[in-house]
Design a protein around this ligand. Structure first.
Ligand SMILES: C[S@@+](CC[C@H](N)C(=O)[O-])C[C@H]1O[C@@H](n2cnc3c(N)ncnc32)[C@H](O)[C@@H]1O
Length: 280
C-alpha cells in the first residue's frame, strides 16, 4: 500500500530534516504568487479582531512552526511577553530561532516536540496557531484535542490549511510531460486536514467561531520556474534523480513540452475557534 508522503512519519526527515526543501518550495511559490493575502498577516488580524485590539494575547504558541514565518509576525505584531514555537524538526527550529527569536521584549523559545503531545500545561496558552501542519497528522483530531487542552478558558486558536485540489494544474503538467502519467490520480497531500474538513474536525473539541476561505493564485513564468516547485513535491512518482533536482526536472520538462507559463491556485482556509461558550 502506498502511504501518503505527508502522513508517512518515515518521510519526515526527507521533508523537514533540513530547511532547504521548504525554503525552495516557499520561494518558488512566493515568486509565482499573483493574488492572496500574506498568511501570517491574516493570522495576526484574526487573533486581534476576535480578541479585541487591547486585550493581551497571553502566551502565544505556534504549533508546527517550521522556519518561524508565522512566529515572526506573531512576535512583531502581537508583541506577547512569551511565545513558544513547537516543531518536530530541529533544523527548522534553528532557523525559526534566527528569524523570529530576537524581538525585543518578547521571550521566544523554540522547542522540539510532537504536536500530539504538547509540552505545555493545560489552559496555559492565550493564543494557539497551527498553520499548514495538521495535514501531517494521521489523527488530526488528536492534535486538535491537544490544542484544546492547552488553550486557556478565554483563549483563541487559529488553524490554517489548504484545499484538497491545491495546485492541480501542476499535476496536469507533470502528467502531460509523461514524468508521472498518473500524477492527476495521486492522492492529495492534504487529505487529513483540508479546507473541506478542518472546521468539522475542530468542532469535535472546540467551538468554531468563524471560517474564512481565500483563493491564492500563482503563475509560474516558465518550465524552469515550475521545476523549482515540482522538485520539492513528494507527491509524484518520478524517475530516479528528478525529485529534489530542479535542474534535471527542468531539462525533462523542456524535452517533453513547449515553453509555457502555468497558472494554478490553492484555497487557503482559516478556522478561528475557542472553548465552547468561551470557557471550558
Ligand atoms: C509545511 S510546514 C509549515 C511551517 C509553518 N507553520 C509555516 O506556515 O510556514 C509543516 C511543519 O509541520 C511540522 N510537523 C509535522 N508533523 C509534526 C508533528 N507531529 N509535531 C510537530 N511538528 C510537526 C514539520 O516539521 C514542518 O515544520
Amino acid at each position: 500500500m502506498i502511504i501518503n508522503p505527508f502522513l508517512d512519519r518515515g518521510r519526515h526527515r526527507d521533508l523537514y530534516g533540513r530547511a532547504g526543501r521548504l525554503t525552495r518550495r516557499t520561494g518558488a511559490l512566493m515568486r509565482a504568487k499573483t493574488s492572496g493575502r500574506p498568511v501570517p498577516k491574516v493570522i495576526v488580524r484574526l487573533l486581534t479582531d476576535h480578541r479585541g485590539e487591547d486585550a493581551p494575547p497571553g502566551l502565544v504558541v505556534d504549533i508546527g512552526c517550521g522556519r518561524g514565518t508565522s512566529s515572526r509576525a506573531l512576535a512583531e505584531q502581537l508583541r506577547p511577553t512569551r511565545l513558544i514555537g513547537i516543531d518536530l524538526a530541529q533544523a527548522l527550529l534553528a532557523d525559526a530561532r534566527e528569524r523570529a527569536g530576537r524581538q525585543r521584549g518578547v521571550r521566544a523559545e523554540f522547542v522540539q516536540a510532537d504536536f500530539h503531545q504538547l509540552p505545555l500545561a493545560g489552559g496555559s496558552a492565550g493564543s494557539v496557531v497551527a498553520a499548514f501542519c495538521l495535514y501531517h497528522s494521521p489523527q488530526p483530531e488528536r492534535a486538535l484535542a491537544e490544542i484544546a487542552r492547552v488553550l486557556a478558558g478565554d483563549g483563541l486558536a487559529v488553524l490554517v490549511t489548504k484545499s484538497l485540489d491545491s495546485y492541480r494544474e501542476m499535476d496536469a503538467l507533470v502528467a502531460r510531460a509523461g514524468l508521472d502519467p498518473r500524477a492527476e490520480q495521486r492522492e492529495s497531500l492534504y487529505t487529513a486536514a483540508h479546507s473541506g474538513n478542518l472546521a468539522g474536525l475542530t468542532d469535535t473539541c472546540l467551538e468554531v467561531i468563524t471560517t474564512e476561505h481565500e483563493e491564492h493564485r500563482f503563475t509560474f513564468d516558465g518550465l524552469d520556474h515550475a521545476a523549482e516547485y515540482l522538485a520539492t513535491n513528494p507527491k509524484y512518482h518520478l524517475a530516479p534523480g528528478l525529485y529534489g533536482n530542479p535542474g534535471a526536472l527542468a531539462k525533462a520538462l523542456h524535452e517533453a513540452l513547449p515553453e509555457q507559463s502555468i497558472t494554478t491556485s490553492s484555497v487557503i482556509t482559516y478556522v478561528v475557534a475557542r472553548h465552547r461558550g468561551g470557557r471550558p
